[in-house]
Design a protein around this ligand. Structure first.
Ligand SMILES: [Zn+2]
Length: 344
């Protein structure tokens, strides 16, 4: 039998990734009540991905005896910018997402109010609402994995700029004329500190310089960007010089980026997460901090910004999507109340 208690207390948070869709049922305190997963199957097109996302959300609710109608609202996070129209900008990993009507389609499939955000922004919002940034006012988040995602929350609001594409933290330039980035520019932070960026250095050291590294055993095809973070941790801890130097270089450049963010925004908290830092946060965070300290005014700006590891792991984006939905629904409810008051 379907439950209907605490109907207004439950929210959905959906994380649409390149390979899987994760749907979380979340309460107002940020506790994950239940979860359900599907394969993304991006090759089947936009509508099909939305259908699987809605299915996963329905299943997460039903595990606990609820139905979609019991959710106050649903947040969905996607790997591309979401435009003010509720449609998406093209997603590099998902064919057919250019100008796709994301909010309209998800509302039609779930019958609930839907709010949508880019996944990097959602991850930061999750840490802000329920994770390492819970007590922060201005929070900058960086998630280091295959690429570098993240964003900025200022006093409760995501900073997205007038073009909805700002705070793309992985694509600030940290080296003029430097390594080529997947986005087409040269010298982006992502080209140095993400796995894709580090893979370029691995190739250089192994192929051009002829150095030996254990990484050649786990990536015999030379596709070093696919290396697991758990392997990097092992190799780092065993002192593999190519791995240690490359990861330390990544940490140094991450500090270069963090220094610019501190100087520009003065955040009281910076959280760093993603697969690489979940595996090696303890080892790499001190280097990030030192690099950032050297490039800011230590007494005037650096000391006011705490730099910590993210706490929510794989759930950050889904929880952030749910938190964003809570926040947006509250805001819309307040707005319509004050409108109806003014109309009296
Ligand atoms: Zn770039």
């Amino acid at each position: 039998m379907a439950k209907n208690a605490s109907a207004n207390q439950l929210y959905g948070g959906i994380d649409v990734g390149g390979t899987k869709v994760l749907a979380l049922l979340v309460d107002r305190n940020g506790s994950v009540v239940s979860a359900s997963k599907r394969k993304t199957r991006g090759e089947l097109g936009f509508r099909s991905v939305c259908e699987r996302a809605a299915e996963a959300m329905r299943e997460a609710a039903e595990i606990e005896g609820y139905q979609l109608e019991n959710l106050a609202a649903i947040g969905i996070a996607v790997p591309c910018p979401v435009l003010p129209t509720g449609c998406t900008a093209p997603a590099p990993n998902l064919p057919g997402w250019k100008n796709a009507p994301l909010i309209r389609t998800m509302e039609e499939l779930t019958g609930r109010p839907v709010y949508a955000e880019n996944d990097g922004n959602a991850g930061v919002y999750g840490e802000y609402a329920f994770g390492a940034g819970k007590n922060a006012k201005t929070l900058l988040g960086l998630f280091v994995g295959t690429g570098i995602g993240g964003g900025l929350v200022y006093h409760g609001e995501l900073v997205v700029g007038e073009n909805r594409m700002a705070a793309e933290v992985g694509h600030i330039i940290v080296q003029e004329g430097g390594r080529r980035c997947g986005c087409g520019h040269k010298g982006c932070l992502e080209a140095y500190a993400s796995k894709t960026g580090m893979a370029r250095r691995f190739s250089w050291e192994i192929i051009q310089e002829g150095r030996k590294s254990a990484i050649t055993q786990v990536c015999p095809d030379g596709n070093y960007a696919t290396v697991k973070s758990s392997f990097l941790r092992e190799a780092y801890r065993s002192g593999d010089p190519v791995v240690v130097e490359t990861l330390q270089e990544g940490a140094l450049y991450l500090g270069v980026g963090v220094a610019s963010f501190i100087t520009l925004f003065g955040p009281d908290m910076i959280v760093i997460g993603g697969g690489v830092f979940e595996a090696l946060g303890k080892e790499l965070l001190p280097s990030v901090k030192e690099s950032a300290r050297q490039r800011t005014w230590p007494e005037a700006s650096y000391r006011d910004s705490k730099i910590n590891l993210a706490l929510l792991g794989d759930h950050a984006v889904g929880l952030g999507a749910a938190a964003f939905a809570m926040h947006s629904l509250d805001r819309d409810t307040r707005k319509s109340k004050s409108k109806s008051k003014a109309g009296k």
